[in-house]
Design a protein around this ligand. Structure first.
Ligand SMILES: Nc1ncnc2c1ncn2[C@@H]1O[C@H](COP(=O)(O)OP(=O)(O)OP(=O)(O)O)[C@@H](O)[C@H]1O
Ligand SMILES: Nc1ccn([C@@H]2O[C@H](COP(=O)(O)O)[C@@H](O)[C@H]2O)c(=O)n1
Length: 226
Protein backbone atom coordinates (compact mmCIF):
# COMPACT_ATOMS: atom_id res chain seq x y z
CA UNK A 1 0.00 0.00 0.00
CA UNK A 2 1.21 3.51 -0.84
CA UNK A 3 2.39 5.85 1.88
CA UNK A 4 -0.11 8.49 2.98
CA UNK A 5 0.40 11.78 4.82
CA UNK A 6 -2.47 13.06 6.96
CA UNK A 7 -2.48 16.53 8.57
CA UNK A 8 -4.86 17.11 11.50
CA UNK A 9 -5.13 20.65 12.83
CA UNK A 10 -7.49 22.54 15.10
CA UNK A 11 -7.84 24.45 18.34
CA UNK A 12 -7.03 23.05 21.74
CA UNK A 13 -9.18 20.21 23.07
CA UNK A 14 -10.93 19.40 19.81
CA UNK A 15 -9.65 15.81 19.92
CA UNK A 16 -6.59 16.01 17.64
CA UNK A 17 -4.30 13.80 19.73
CA UNK A 18 -6.88 11.14 20.60
CA UNK A 19 -8.13 10.96 17.02
CA UNK A 20 -4.70 11.05 15.37
CA UNK A 21 -3.26 8.30 17.58
CA UNK A 22 -6.23 6.01 17.00
CA UNK A 23 -6.35 6.61 13.24
CA UNK A 24 -2.60 5.99 12.91
CA UNK A 25 -2.83 2.79 14.99
CA UNK A 26 -5.79 1.47 12.99
CA UNK A 27 -4.14 2.18 9.63
CA UNK A 28 -0.59 1.14 10.55
CA UNK A 29 0.80 4.66 10.19
CA UNK A 30 3.27 6.65 12.29
CA UNK A 31 2.02 9.45 14.53
CA UNK A 32 3.54 12.84 15.40
CA UNK A 33 2.30 15.15 18.18
CA UNK A 34 3.79 18.53 17.18
CA UNK A 35 2.30 20.24 20.26
CA UNK A 36 4.53 18.01 22.39
CA UNK A 37 7.57 19.37 20.53
CA UNK A 38 6.58 22.99 21.22
CA UNK A 39 5.88 22.06 24.83
CA UNK A 40 9.30 20.36 25.04
CA UNK A 41 11.20 23.43 23.85
CA UNK A 42 9.13 25.58 26.26
CA UNK A 43 10.01 23.26 29.15
CA UNK A 44 13.70 23.49 28.21
CA UNK A 45 13.51 27.33 28.19
CA UNK A 46 11.87 27.36 31.65
CA UNK A 47 14.35 24.79 33.03
CA UNK A 48 17.28 26.81 31.74
CA UNK A 49 16.14 30.10 33.24
CA UNK A 50 15.18 31.77 29.96
CA UNK A 51 12.51 34.45 30.30
CA UNK A 52 9.63 33.17 28.14
CA UNK A 53 8.42 36.74 27.54
CA UNK A 54 11.80 37.69 26.00
CA UNK A 55 11.53 36.76 22.31
CA UNK A 56 15.17 37.65 21.59
CA UNK A 57 16.45 35.39 24.38
CA UNK A 58 14.20 32.54 23.19
CA UNK A 59 15.37 33.02 19.60
CA UNK A 60 19.05 32.87 20.49
CA UNK A 61 18.59 29.72 22.63
CA UNK A 62 16.22 27.97 20.23
CA UNK A 63 18.93 25.89 18.54
CA UNK A 64 20.29 24.43 21.79
CA UNK A 65 17.89 21.69 23.00
CA UNK A 66 17.91 18.34 21.21
CA UNK A 67 14.29 17.28 20.81
CA UNK A 68 13.39 13.77 19.67
CA UNK A 69 9.93 12.34 19.03
CA UNK A 70 9.04 8.65 18.92
CA UNK A 71 6.27 8.06 16.38
CA UNK A 72 4.70 4.73 17.43
CA UNK A 73 1.02 5.64 17.99
CA UNK A 74 0.76 2.97 20.70
CA UNK A 75 3.62 4.55 22.68
CA UNK A 76 4.62 8.01 21.43
CA UNK A 77 7.67 9.50 23.16
CA UNK A 78 9.28 12.90 23.56
CA UNK A 79 12.79 13.52 24.89
CA UNK A 80 14.83 16.66 25.46
CA UNK A 81 18.62 16.23 25.51
CA UNK A 82 17.99 12.50 25.89
CA UNK A 83 15.71 12.79 28.96
CA UNK A 84 12.05 11.75 28.95
CA UNK A 85 9.96 14.95 28.91
CA UNK A 86 6.49 13.41 28.61
CA UNK A 87 5.48 14.33 32.18
CA UNK A 88 7.01 17.79 32.65
CA UNK A 89 5.63 19.14 29.33
CA UNK A 90 2.04 18.67 30.58
CA UNK A 91 2.23 21.00 33.61
CA UNK A 92 0.06 24.11 33.81
CA UNK A 93 3.21 26.27 33.77
CA UNK A 94 4.24 24.88 30.37
CA UNK A 95 0.66 25.14 29.06
CA UNK A 96 0.52 28.80 30.12
CA UNK A 97 3.85 29.67 28.46
CA UNK A 98 3.89 27.54 25.31
CA UNK A 99 2.01 30.00 23.07
CA UNK A 100 4.58 32.75 23.69
CA UNK A 101 7.52 30.43 22.98
CA UNK A 102 5.93 28.87 19.89
CA UNK A 103 5.24 32.32 18.41
CA UNK A 104 8.98 33.04 18.05
CA UNK A 105 9.92 32.59 14.35
CA UNK A 106 13.30 30.94 15.12
CA UNK A 107 11.53 28.33 17.26
CA UNK A 108 9.01 27.65 14.51
CA UNK A 109 11.59 27.27 11.76
CA UNK A 110 13.64 24.84 13.85
CA UNK A 111 10.64 22.71 14.87
CA UNK A 112 9.10 22.82 11.39
CA UNK A 113 12.33 21.45 9.89
CA UNK A 114 12.31 18.64 12.47
CA UNK A 115 8.66 17.82 11.70
CA UNK A 116 9.30 17.66 7.96
CA UNK A 117 12.24 15.31 8.40
CA UNK A 118 10.18 13.00 10.64
CA UNK A 119 7.33 12.94 8.11
CA UNK A 120 9.73 12.23 5.24
CA UNK A 121 11.22 9.26 7.12
CA UNK A 122 7.85 7.59 7.82
CA UNK A 123 7.84 4.79 5.25
CA UNK A 124 4.20 3.73 5.53
CA UNK A 125 2.93 7.27 6.10
CA UNK A 126 2.11 9.39 9.10
CA UNK A 127 -0.63 11.28 10.88
CA UNK A 128 0.75 14.65 12.03
CA UNK A 129 -1.34 16.78 14.38
CA UNK A 130 -0.95 20.42 15.37
CA UNK A 131 -1.97 23.95 14.42
CA UNK A 132 -0.16 24.72 11.14
CA UNK A 133 0.44 21.29 9.60
CA UNK A 134 -1.93 21.70 6.65
CA UNK A 135 -1.03 25.34 6.01
CA UNK A 136 2.74 25.40 6.55
CA UNK A 137 4.51 22.21 7.63
CA UNK A 138 3.05 19.76 5.09
CA UNK A 139 1.09 21.81 2.54
CA UNK A 140 1.16 18.82 0.13
CA UNK A 141 -0.38 16.37 2.63
CA UNK A 142 -2.69 13.80 1.01
CA UNK A 143 -5.50 14.63 3.42
CA UNK A 144 -6.04 17.65 5.66
CA UNK A 145 -8.55 17.65 8.48
CA UNK A 146 -9.50 20.62 10.65
CA UNK A 147 -11.21 19.58 13.88
CA UNK A 148 -13.42 22.04 15.74
CA UNK A 149 -15.72 21.87 18.81
CA UNK A 150 -17.59 24.41 20.90
CA UNK A 151 -15.66 25.96 23.81
CA UNK A 152 -18.22 24.34 26.16
CA UNK A 153 -17.59 20.83 24.79
CA UNK A 154 -13.83 21.34 24.90
CA UNK A 155 -13.85 22.69 28.45
CA UNK A 156 -16.00 19.75 29.62
CA UNK A 157 -13.55 17.29 28.03
CA UNK A 158 -10.52 18.97 29.60
CA UNK A 159 -12.13 19.22 33.04
CA UNK A 160 -12.91 15.52 32.97
CA UNK A 161 -9.29 14.82 32.07
CA UNK A 162 -7.83 16.96 34.87
CA UNK A 163 -10.17 15.70 37.61
CA UNK A 164 -8.21 15.07 40.80
CA UNK A 165 -4.95 16.43 39.35
CA UNK A 166 -4.59 20.14 38.55
CA UNK A 167 -8.37 20.48 38.21
CA UNK A 168 -9.89 23.90 37.58
CA UNK A 169 -13.58 24.77 37.31
CA UNK A 170 -15.33 24.67 33.94
CA UNK A 171 -15.41 28.45 33.41
CA UNK A 172 -11.68 28.82 34.19
CA UNK A 173 -10.82 25.92 31.85
CA UNK A 174 -13.00 27.45 29.09
CA UNK A 175 -11.33 30.88 29.45
CA UNK A 176 -7.85 29.33 29.39
CA UNK A 177 -8.65 27.40 26.17
CA UNK A 178 -10.05 30.51 24.50
CA UNK A 179 -7.02 32.58 25.54
CA UNK A 180 -4.53 30.01 24.19
CA UNK A 181 -6.43 29.67 20.89
CA UNK A 182 -6.52 33.48 20.51
CA UNK A 183 -2.75 33.69 21.02
CA UNK A 184 -2.10 30.79 18.61
CA UNK A 185 -4.45 32.25 15.96
CA UNK A 186 -3.10 35.78 16.10
CA UNK A 187 0.67 35.20 15.95
CA UNK A 188 2.41 36.43 12.78
CA UNK A 189 4.30 33.25 11.90
CA UNK A 190 2.17 30.26 10.81
CA UNK A 191 -0.84 30.86 13.06
CA UNK A 192 -3.48 28.28 13.90
CA UNK A 193 -5.61 28.23 10.73
CA UNK A 194 -7.65 25.91 8.55
CA UNK A 195 -6.03 25.20 5.18
CA UNK A 196 -8.30 26.08 2.24
CA UNK A 197 -8.38 22.43 1.17
CA UNK A 198 -8.95 20.95 4.65
CA UNK A 199 -12.09 19.02 5.57
CA UNK A 200 -13.68 20.60 8.65
CA UNK A 201 -15.19 18.21 11.21
CA UNK A 202 -17.18 19.69 14.12
CA UNK A 203 -16.72 17.16 16.94
CA UNK A 204 -18.97 18.90 19.53
CA UNK A 205 -21.75 16.32 19.28
CA UNK A 206 -19.71 13.35 18.09
CA UNK A 207 -18.21 10.63 20.25
CA UNK A 208 -14.49 10.02 19.89
CA UNK A 209 -15.29 6.72 18.14
CA UNK A 210 -17.43 8.56 15.57
CA UNK A 211 -14.66 11.08 14.85
CA UNK A 212 -12.11 8.28 14.43
CA UNK A 213 -14.42 6.41 12.06
CA UNK A 214 -15.02 9.58 10.03
CA UNK A 215 -11.28 10.27 9.62
CA UNK A 216 -10.43 6.61 8.83
CA UNK A 217 -13.07 6.67 6.09
CA UNK A 218 -11.65 9.89 4.64
CA UNK A 219 -8.12 8.40 4.61
CA UNK A 220 -9.34 5.21 2.93
CA UNK A 221 -11.17 7.24 0.28
CA UNK A 222 -7.98 9.19 -0.45
CA UNK A 223 -5.94 6.00 -0.64
CA UNK A 224 -8.41 4.45 -3.06
CA UNK A 225 -7.85 7.21 -5.63
CA UNK A 226 -4.06 7.55 -5.13
N1 LIG B 1 -15.34 13.48 20.32
C1 LIG B 1 -15.01 13.46 21.62
N2 LIG B 1 -15.96 13.29 22.56
C2 LIG B 1 -15.66 13.30 23.88
N3 LIG B 1 -14.41 13.46 24.37
C3 LIG B 1 -13.42 13.61 23.48
C4 LIG B 1 -13.66 13.61 22.07
N4 LIG B 1 -12.48 13.81 21.45
C5 LIG B 1 -11.54 13.92 22.41
N5 LIG B 1 -12.10 13.78 23.64
C6 LIG B 1 -11.43 13.90 24.94
O1 LIG B 1 -11.13 15.28 25.07
C7 LIG B 1 -9.86 15.46 25.69
C8 LIG B 1 -8.98 16.30 24.78
O2 LIG B 1 -8.69 15.53 23.61
P1 LIG B 1 -7.29 15.63 22.88
O3 LIG B 1 -6.16 15.71 23.86
O4 LIG B 1 -7.26 14.55 21.87
O5 LIG B 1 -7.47 17.06 22.18
P2 LIG B 1 -6.39 17.93 21.42
O6 LIG B 1 -7.11 18.63 20.33
O7 LIG B 1 -5.23 17.11 21.03
O8 LIG B 1 -5.98 18.97 22.55
P3 LIG B 1 -4.63 19.85 22.67
O9 LIG B 1 -4.48 20.59 21.41
O10 LIG B 1 -4.93 20.77 23.81
O11 LIG B 1 -3.51 18.90 22.94
C9 LIG B 1 -9.33 14.04 25.97
O12 LIG B 1 -9.64 13.72 27.29
C10 LIG B 1 -10.10 13.16 25.00
O13 LIG B 1 -10.29 11.85 25.48
N1 LIG C 1 1.75 22.76 15.08
C1 LIG C 1 1.71 23.34 16.30
C2 LIG C 1 1.40 22.61 17.44
C3 LIG C 1 1.38 23.25 18.66
N2 LIG C 1 1.70 24.55 18.73
C4 LIG C 1 1.81 25.24 20.02
O1 LIG C 1 1.97 24.30 21.07
C5 LIG C 1 0.94 24.48 22.03
C6 LIG C 1 0.62 23.17 22.69
O2 LIG C 1 -0.04 22.32 21.79
P1 LIG C 1 -0.95 21.10 22.32
O3 LIG C 1 -1.51 20.52 21.06
O4 LIG C 1 -0.05 20.17 23.04
O5 LIG C 1 -1.97 21.69 23.22
C7 LIG C 1 -0.20 25.18 21.28
O6 LIG C 1 -1.05 25.92 22.13
C8 LIG C 1 0.60 26.08 20.35
O7 LIG C 1 1.04 27.24 21.02
C9 LIG C 1 1.98 25.25 17.59
O8 LIG C 1 2.24 26.47 17.66
N3 LIG C 1 1.97 24.63 16.39
Amino acid sequence: MESVIVAIDGPSGTGKSSTSKAVAAELGLSYLDTGAQYRAITWWMISNGIDTTDAAAIASASGKPVIESGTDPAAPTITVDGADASGPIRTQEVTAKVSAVSAVPEVRSRITELQRSIAAAAEKGIVVEGRDIGTTVLPDADLKIFLTASPEARAARRSGELKGKEAADLATTREALIKRDAADSSRKTSPLAKADDAVEVDTSDLTLAQVIECVVTLVEEKRAVK
